[in-house]
Design a protein around this ligand. Structure first.
Ligand SMILES: [Ca+2]
Ligand SMILES: [Ca+2]
Length: 370
């Protein structure tokens, strides 16, 4: 003979509107009969393992625990919600921002975390009292895909996640450049995203570039500025070049750790107040290459232009020397004794055959930057 009873369930929901069953956690407030599964908190999944249980799709559901059926009343006792960032903000690297949240008063401490990859991975910020706010110094690298997660420190299944916001590099003064460039290996053709990385932008004067490639001159480097490329679909970086840079026309050279550098065919006028857009992801060709060059300065894949990779020993040539650098680091991961970041052609933290392939595809090419 089965008895019926009523369970009052205290339930917390994660902030997401679509609540997966595995995200629910049930704590029984009171009970009748002998329902030992209610001691302390137990996940629905655990409860399910001990007995037959109905799908928790509405406010009440029939459950059976220990051969006893009962009506499960679900009551939402609270949830953790990230109030700031709300999503879409531009927070500069190194700036101090206020993270705000709401959480039930039953939560004593909360754990704050941030993600720079849209929520795939999180890094710890701090575990603090549930006061509702925290001053956070924003770390880098810049990304268009940052999130904040806040969870109950003692029960991290209760958590809230912010919408995505932007972490941007603090702009320097002076002329502004909006740079859009793709790097072979770092750029994912399928997903149209690029691993976050930095390139160096050189401003040069006195450069001479002849159509036949003869008697070229590299000129003088006025300044070198790091530009951070973000992982968003636009893979662009926007930055100023510094107050010390006088207005004028400059040749632009773009360098990366393990890619062949490129130089623009014509100087760029940085006298204007408006941001100068340099888009090197597709035609028309803006990078320099002499008439009759045996290969284009940038490689093209799926109608996207990419800086050539495989430059593992920096000499503007892709040769056997670069292969040797790759070979010496082959099989290593970031942190290993023979790890060499320069040999990591796709920036994924491992030296593998993929990095060899990038070198192989560009073997015999060189840079036209004088
Ligand atoms: Ca080389
Ligand atoms: Ca790699």
């Amino acid at each position: 003979m089965k008895r019926f009873f009523t369970l009052l369930i205290g339930l917390m929901l994660v902030a997401s509107a679509a609540v997966a069953q595995s995200n629910l956690e049930i704590g029984v407030i009171s009970s009748g009969g002998t329902v030992d599964a209610t001691a302390g908190n137990t996940t629905l999944q655990d409860l399910k393992g001990q007995s037959a249980i109905g799908e928790l799709t509405k406010d009440t559901t029939v459950v059976e625990v220990g051969g006893i059926y009962g009506m499960l009343e679900v009551k939402v006792s609270g949830q953790i919600t990230v109030l700031s960032p709300a999503g879409g903000e531009n927070w500069s690297v190194g700036s101090v921002q206020t993270i705000k949240w709401s959480a039930p008063s039953s939560v004593t401490n909360v754990r704050l975390e941030y993600s720079l990859d849209g929520g795939t991975t999180y890094s710890n910020i701090a575990t603090v009292s549930n006061t509702g706010s925290f001053y956070w110094t924003v770390p880098g690298p810049p990304t268009m895909n940052a999130r904040i997660r806040i969870s109950d420190a003692t029960n991290p299944k209760f958590s809230g996640v912010s919408n995505t916001f932007n972490v941007i590099f603090t702009r320097r003064g002076g002329p502004q450049i909006d740079l859009k460039v793709l790097l072979e290996g770092y750029y994912d053709l399928t997903r149209n995203t690029q691993r976050s990385t930095a390139v160096e932008v050189e401003l040069r004067t006195g450069v001479v570039l002849n159509s036949d490639g003869k008697n070229n001159k590299g000129g003088t480097v006025v300044t070198t500025v790091p530009f951070y490329l973000t992982e968003d679909n636009n893979t662009r970086a926007i930055d100023g070049v510094g107050d010390a840079v006088p207005n004028g026309s400059y040749y632009i050279v773009i360098k990366h750790l393990n890619h062949l550098p490129i130089v623009l065919s014509n100087p760029v006028d940085l006298s204007r107040t408006a941001t100068v857009i340099i888009d090197l992801t597709q035609a028309p060709i803006r990078e320099y290459q002499p008439t009759g060059a045996t290969f284009p300065a940038m490689i093209t894949r799926d109608n996207k232009k990419l800086m050539r990779g495989g430059e593992y020993r920096t000499d503007k040539l892709i040769t056997g020397d670069d292969w040797q650098v790759w070979k010496d680091a082959y099989g290593s991961n970031a942190g290993d004794a023979n790890w060499n970041a320069q040999a990591d052609g796709n920036g994924d933290g491992s030296i593998t055959g993929d990095d060899w392939q990038i070198w192989y595809d560009n073997y015999g090419t060189w840079s036209y930057v004088p």
